[in-house]
Design a protein around this ligand. Structure first.
Ligand SMILES: [Zn+2]
Length: 280
């Protein structure tokens, strides 16, 4: 089209591929569309600043949502009412809507370290375990689902016997907050703080005091966590595994090593694969 000698782009009627996802923890339905080239490019630049990757991923996911559940209107709602494990499932949807179903992977054999080039059918390798914790409602005597965002588990420690850890599910908001405060920290410290996000608070029993002291400041939690006896940390890990880690979305595939023949099941990290796909 031309107007007064200037070329004008007509309205582009592009129908972007869409994909619907029900999140495994909060069980909400989202529909998202595949990325545009400009958005793909923006992802590449987010790789430069590590502590901003999460924030950028959250913003990008929110911007490609074409349908959201009723209680999620603003970006803040999205951060506070979506868990990190729900995001994995949304990420799967974004990956699926943007790229093809079958992807090539380099998978390292656990036995001999040989790097195998394999093709994985993404959709067939995907599985999800939905949140299913229930409680009995005292008034109605009926079973009802426990709100995952409110669910807390207490872990009384054995060696540090006056200390109880209280664990819960991690939201995008909590994750983003911790990343913001750790701007100038090294990778290792950031990884430990990240690991500690499932700790909601710590209760410390003080002799002669009726109620325990409650520690909620992330820095204080960090200090206590680092001074725990190693065996007590194992108790916490075990509880996290039993109570939370089984829920979520997973991409698993079987490989037969081309060099030594060993067969193994491999977990595919969606976010890592996504960033790899950007450069293919
Ligand atoms: Zn091998």
């Amino acid at each position: 089209m031309e107007k007064a000698g200037i070329e004008i782009i007509p309205e582009l009627k592009i129908k972007y591929p869409e994909y619907s996802v029900i999140t495994p923890i909060t069980k909400k339905e989202f529909t998202l569309r595949g990325l545009k080239v400009s958005e793909e490019e923006a992802f590449k630049s987010s790789l430069i600043t590590k502590n901003k990757i999460n924030e950028h991923i959250n913003e990008s996911l929110f911007s490609v949502l074409v349908k959201k559940p009723d209680d999620i209107k603003t970006f803040q709602d999205f951060l506070k009412r979506t868990t990190v494990r729900d995001r994995d499932a949304l990420f799967f949807g974004l990956y699926h809507a943007t790229y093809k179903d079958i992807h090539g992977y380099e998978i390292t054999c656990k036995e001999c370290d040989f790097s195998n080039s394999v093709k994985v059918n993404f959709v067939n390798s995907f599985s999800m375990t939905m949140w299913d914790k229930e409680k009995i409602n005292k008034e109605t005597k009926q079973k009802e689902e426990i709100n995952p965002l409110e669910y807390k588990v207490e872990v009384p420690l054995q060696i540090a016997e006056n200390i109880t850890f209280v664990l819960g599910i991690v939201t995008l908001f909590e994750e983003q907050e911790i990343m913001k405060t750790l701007t100038f920290t090294d990778d290792q410290t950031r990884a430990i703080y990240y690991e500690e996000l499932s700790i909601k608070h710590i209760l410390i029993n003080i002799e002669g005091q009726k109620t325990p002291d409650k520690i909620s400041d992330r820095r204080n939690i960090h200090t206590i966590y680092l001074s725990l006896p190693a065996a007590d940390k194992k108790l916490i890990d075990k509880k996290l595994k039993e109570e939370f880690e089984k829920y979520g979305s997973f991409v698993k595939t079987m490989i037969n090593c081309q060099k030594c023949g060993a067969q193994s099941t491999v977990d595919i990290d969606l976010i890592k694969e996504f960033f790899r796909a950007l450069y293919e």
